[in-house]
Design a protein around this ligand. Sequence first.
Ligand code: 5GP
Ligand code: ZN
Length: 112
Amino acid sequence: MDCIFCKIVAGTIPAKKIREDDELVAFFDIDPKAPTHILVIPKKHIASLAQAEAGDAPLLGHLLEAAADIAREQGLAQGYRVVISTGPHGGQTVDHLHVHLLGGRQMHWPPG
Ligand code: 5GP
Ligand code: ZN
């Protein structure tokens, strides 16, 4: 499987992992867009949110709950932004579902 995030899950390419359980891995983004920029990904390969199925609902919930817990751990008490880029118009560049956790600065709206 030629998927960079599956390789991070497998440990065949390195990442600065901060959390791992049976279903997910969280690691620091290699090109951070905020002082804190973490990616939370399912171990299961789901190409994007658009490919998620009804049976993935508990997994999707787990990803969001983990993002909130990691935000607490990282001290993002003033808030943060959670982003799931989906498909070409969503700006998705890695075709393995991932939750961006961005914090440590003021976010703006609308996003680019
Ligand atoms: P997207 O553009 O799909 O919303 O987000 C993909 C994210 O993955 C980008 O923020 C990019 O910096 C990050 N990324 C791409 N390749 C790697 C990698 O090999 N390691 C890590 N840690 N992050 C990566
Ligand atoms: Zn993958």
